[in-house]
Design a protein around this ligand. Structure first.
Ligand code: AMP
Length: 267
């Protein structure tokens, strides 16, 4: 695997992006990232993974500083997976150029955009910068971060005329969605997160038989039973992310804090 630390090295190593799939990450590589890489490898001759913990998408400096990093371990996993290129830029390399910032439309200010002010502007900003450097036609992103995937697909997929490919959420056998942030959780929190995921999975299945829009009772029950603070628990359709639209394919979206760690998931 070739490790490229700046744009100069990257351009020297990758001459033609035609058959290079791109998997952007913030590191802390786990089975969720691995599945994206495997899908990219299946569909492209070569695969490029980037690891960049983007400061502008964190709401608090502390959250950015505490974000789990383990580059040695990441390199060892990516090498075993036979990833062709690892792009490993620093903050200065990504942010040295002046580029236009993104603003969200009013209708986009839902779910995490409502509760994490400036978060998706930061995500779009960094992805815009990465996509202006890594010129792949296929970018693989997880449905675990469904709102992020949809925003990038709509705004940057269109801008760069590239395919943003949504990949299914990978879960542990206890139903927990793999996430780098899980490393911040203790044993008892992990147990609770698993129980919550099992409950929400059942709730989604139940909703397919017996449509119900009012989740406030269920939200309070979860908060009391597991001592979590829920930002939102909402049904939204996949295409337009409209609230309680059960006519199209829809998902149950949640964001909550457990012991100070913010987790998101959808079912
Ligand atoms: P991150 O490193 O958390 O920014 O994630 C990098 C990419 O991996 C994003 O496109 C995520 O949506 C995706 N991803 C993270 N966790 C999972 C998971 N459990 N299953 C599938 N994709 C995931």
């Amino acid at each position: 695997m070739k490790i490229l630390k700046n744009v100069f090295e990257l351009n020297k190593a990758v001459k033609n992006y035609k058959n290079v799939g791109f998997v952007p990450t913030m590191g802390g590589i786990h089975k969720g990232h691995e599945s994206l890489i495997k899908i990219s490898k299946k569909n492209n001759k070569e695969t490029l993974v980037s690891i960049f913990v983007n400061p502008t998408q964190f709401n608090k400096k502390k959250d950015f500083e505490n974000y789990p990093r383990n580059i040695k371990n990441d390199i060892s996993i990516l090498t075993k997976l036979k990833v062709d290129y690892l792009f490993l830029p620093d903050v200065n390399e990504i942010y040295k150029k002046k580029m236009k910032n993104f603003k969200l439309k009013k209708t986009d200010k839902i779910l995490c955009a409502k509760y994490r002010k400036g978060h998706f502007e930061g995500v779009l900003n960094v992805m815009n910068r990465l996509l202006s450097i890594v010129k792949s036609k296929y970018v693989f992103m997880g449905e675990k971060d469904f709102q992020q995937y949809m925003l990038i697909k709509r705004i940057l997929g269109k801008k760069y005329k590239i395919n943003i490919v949504g990949c299914p959420t990978i879960r542990e056998s206890n139903k927990i969605a793999l996430s780098t942030r899980n490393k911040l959780l203790g044993k008892s929190s992990i147990k609770k997160v698993s129980k919550i995921a099992i409950k929400l999975d059942k709730l989604k299945k139940l909703s397919q038989k017996n449509r119900f829009a009012d989740l406030s009772k269920f939200k309070h029950e979860l908060e009391n039973k597991f001592k979590v603070k829920i930002d939102y628990l909402e049904f939204r359709d996949e295409n337009r992310m409209k609230l309680n639209n059960f006519k199209s394919k829809y998902r149950l979206f949640i964001a909550y804090y457990i012991n100070g760690v913010r987790l998101i998931d959808n079912f």
